[in-house]
Design a protein around this ligand. Structure first.
Ligand code: PLP
Length: 453
């Protein structure tokens, strides 16, 4: 669909009252009218528990290789996992700033500190490349299920993989993950970067022998170019961020890892102790995969919300209109210009939108200004540095408690909130260079000050 005609758009605005606010780029909070109970939803799903377990097993097979080539994962025996931390000081700060009590405990899932590439993309991106490498090695009888996969760290395998290439389009973080793991295995890898991608991410990749191709246009264009390059070369494998089931499944493995962490910290999730999860959303694979994995484990006791920038609410637009990838934010006059580079996506994944639709509780938008203020506040209160995109989840608990009363009533949650757990998914930030970190913080400080005056 190209730009929507004004008559058509007016019809939509009448049908979806929130659309006007969305187009004005005001913050909105949307409840998904198509959410159903877990057992009804899973019947329609193209993926299931078995698919996620298969991904989990594959990551276990690769763990000896990962531990060997990325020493920072050694302590975790080659599992790429991040801490779950309680953030009570940030909770108090949010309650004050938004004049809204947050009932229940507040936690941060620090995917910002995932080893190897410092963002949620270290889950899906790395998983997809490992799966591809395994398939190639199986086909050529170089590897069996019984092998210790640390043998992949050898000239023999690197030479083998050097006959194959990998391509991906990215706003930055996916490129980092795919580039680093592919180069480590020995693949030739090209990353097609959108105009939003930060210079340091490009520099870092080039230093690791990754070919970086830059575009003036946005994410969708970078993906399109990557796809074209790959289709002309039979030895080239294209990581399709818009449609990939493997990426989605790699993200979904996060759920069983989180469940284990909650159990270790003696945090109960059940009918009387609901779990709320707030996930920053770009094209949808990361938050969609994590949410899907969590629904499989916690079913109706987990409630997932996506968060998007006010300038790039592509998933919300796709879900609200039911058009999914047939509509872009530009079609309705939204510019897709945001400092939240990981979320600067104008058109959502249709696959993710349709898969997650029966399970997602809602979606909200947040302004860039808020992201910076929250970034500064998290440093001040908890000493944790995230990148702007990764703060989109942080305002979720306040919004739910303030604007989601209808949802809480419908799902009989009102009385249970004080025993609830809120997990904000901190999707990236530990690899941001010091200098940029300072700039982000200062911007947040300046904005906070302006508000006071
Ligand atoms: C990619 C990314 C997301 C969102 O993931 P999608 O799969 O694009 O929806 C969120 N936060 C950060 C920091 C990211 O890099």
């Amino acid at each position: 669909m190209k730009e929507i005609e004004s008559k058509e758009l007016q019809k939509w605005k009448d049908k979806y009252p929130l659309l006007k606010k969305l187009i004005s780029m005001d913050e909105v909070f949307w409840l998904n009218p198509n959410v159903v109970d877990f057992h009804t939803g899973i019947k329609k799903s193209p993926l299931n528990h078995k698919d996620v377990r298969d991904a989990e097993e594959r990551l276990k097979r690769f763990a000896p290789f990962i531990a060997k080539v990325f020493p920072e994962t050694k302590e975790m025996n080659g599992l790429i996992e991040s801490p779950l931390v309680r953030i009570p000081a940030m909770k108090r700060s949010l309650e004050q700033a938004y004049q809204q009590p947050i009932l229940g405990e507040l936690y941060l899932k620090c995917d910002s500190h995932l080893p190897i590439s410092g963002s949620i993309k270290a889950r899906g991106g790395i998983y997809e490349i490992l799966k591809h490498a395994e398939e190639l090695a199986f086909q050529h009888q170089l590897l069996t299920l019984q092998d210790d996969y640390s043998i992949l760290d050898s000239d023999r395998f690197r030479t083998f993989f050097s006959h194959y290439s990998i391509a991906v389009g990215s706003t930055g973080n996916l490129g980092l993950s795919i580039g680093i793991i592919s180069a480590k295995l020995g693949f030739n890898v090209s990353v097609h970067m959108s105009s939003d991608a930060k210079q340091w991410k490009k520099d870092l990749l080039r230093s690791k022998n990754v070919k970086v191709i830059e575009y003036e246009a946005d994410y969708s264009k970078a993906v399109e170019e990557g796809r074209i390059q790959a289709s002309n070369d039979p030895t080239c494998y294209f990581v399709d961020d818009e449609n990939s089931h493997d990426l989605f499944l790699g993200y979904a493995v996060a759920a069983s890892r989180l469940k284990k962490q909650l159990e270790e910290q003696e945090i109960t999730i059940d009918e009387d102790h609901p779990l709320f999860v707030y996930l920053p959303c770009g094209v949808g694979g990361g938050p969609g995969g994590v949410a899907f994995g969590l629904k499989l484990l916690y079913q109706d006791n987990v409630h997932c919300f996506f968060a998007e920038p006010t300038h790039s609410p592509c998933m919300l637009l796709g879900l609200m209109t039911g058009l999914h990838d047939k509509v872009s934010v530009q079609d309705v006059g939204i510019d897709n210009v945001t400092d939240a580079d990981g979320l600067a996506v104008g058109r959502p994944s249709g696959f993710v939108g349709k898969t997650i639709e029966p399970f997602l509780s809602g979606n909200y938008t947040v302004s860039d200004e808020q992201l910076y203020k929250l970034l500064k506040e998290l440093v001040d209160t908890e000493g944790i540095h995230l990148e702007p995109s990764a703060l989109a989840g942080m305002i979720g608990p306040s919004k739910l408690c303030k604007e989601g009363i209808e949802y809480l009533q419908q799902h009989h949650l009102t009385e249970k909130m004080s025993k609830g757990i809120h997990i904000v998914w901190g999707t990236g930030g530990s690899m941001v260079p010091e200098e940029m970190r300072t700039k982000y913080y200062e911007k947040g400080a300046k904005l906070a000050l302006e508000k006071q005056q």
